[in-house]
Design a protein around this ligand. Structure first.
Ligand SMILES: NC(=O)c1ccc[n+]([C@@H]2O[C@H](COP(=O)([O-])OP(=O)(O)OC[C@H]3O[C@@H](n4cnc5c(N)ncnc54)[C@H](O)[C@@H]3O)[C@@H](O)[C@H]2O)c1
Length: 247
């Protein structure tokens, strides 16, 4: 079950962190995985690490907020690999710089950077990639989201949470247009992940599975939603959070 042999997956922001875990998991199940990142060295090193494991991997450098760059990358990848069967929009923390700030002190440019990457980047990529999936009558879109879309963290995440909530609204509506084409569109809602300082202490207090989440936890959930077996799961948001939020 859950094999992806012959499928081509594009994972945005996969040069490190959760995205790399997703890329590794999909590649270990047989997919050819394209590692996208804003930073060329990061994307290349990640693809090389997968290749060194004997996996099928490529890389593509593009800023996932840049509509033209996304369309060019898509055209190049379709020409090179024949298809993009699976698209995972993981890039969500702006590479060009960002900050968490209390709402009343946050400048509008800061709101924009979250929206550009988490909402518009996802929408641009879907407009670029979905026509190819429709042609192939098969596809999987998975958006990496966050429990910040539905909680009051008090941590200066208003703009981030708003952008993530908007992306969920988009994915749910998109699923209604794509299901009939054999394409499913789903999201993961992540809790406290293990790639920032202090995350273990936070997770121990908030998650019933008392640890921070790993890139492998994210990869396994994306694998399920990307699989042939999950063809009847559409428009859903799957929490992957150690049980920290259960409704
Ligand atoms: N880390 C957490 O605790 C946490 C919690 C909930 C949700 N998430 C979500 O998980 C996803 C991954 O987060 P992470 O912590 O692994 O991030 P990260 O910062 O460790 O890695 C993200 C990668 O995305 C790349 N990137 C950033 N902007 C880009 C752009 N415009 N174009 C292309 N690539 C770009 C970065 O260069 C980086 O390599 C995000 O969507 C984030 O919102 C993370």
């Amino acid at each position: 079950m859950f094999r992806l042999d012959g499928k081509v997956a594009l994972v945005s922001g996969a040069g490190r962190g959760m995205g790399f875990g997703v890329a590794q998991c999909l590649a270990r199940q047989g997919a050819t995985v394209v590692v996208n990142d804003f930073f060329a060295d990061r994307a290349e090193a990640a693809a090389l690490a997968l290749q060194n494991e004997g996996l099928l991997a490529d890389f593509a450098v593009a800023d996932m907020t840049d509509r033209q760059a996304i369309f060019e990358m898509t055209a190049q990848l379709v020409q090179k690999h024949g298809a993009i069967d699976i698209f995972v929009h993981n890039a969500g923390i702006p590479a060009q710089g960002w900050g968490y700030s209390k709402f009343l002190e946050s400048p509008p440019e800061e709101w924009d950077s979250w929206l550009q990457l988490n909402l518009h980047g996802l929408m641009h990529a879907c407009q670029a990639i979905l026509p190819h999936m429709i042609e192939n009558k098969w596809g999987r879109v998975v958006a990496i989201n966050s429990d910040a879309s539905r909680t009051a963290t008090g941590m200066g995440l208003c703009a981030y949470g708003a952008a993530k909530a908007a992306a969920i609204g988009f994915i749910r509506n998109l699923s209604g247009e794509m299901g009939r084409h054999g394409i499913t569109c789903n999201a993961l809602s992540l809790g406290t992940m293990n790639n920032w300082e202090g995350s273990e202490q936070v997770a121990r207090k908030t998650a019933s599975v008392a640890r921070a989440g790993s890139p492998q936890d994210v990869g396994a959930a994306v694998l399920y939603l990307s699989s042939l077996e999950a063809e009847w799961v559409n428009g859903q948001v799957l929490p992957v959070n150690g049980g920290s939020l259960v409704s």
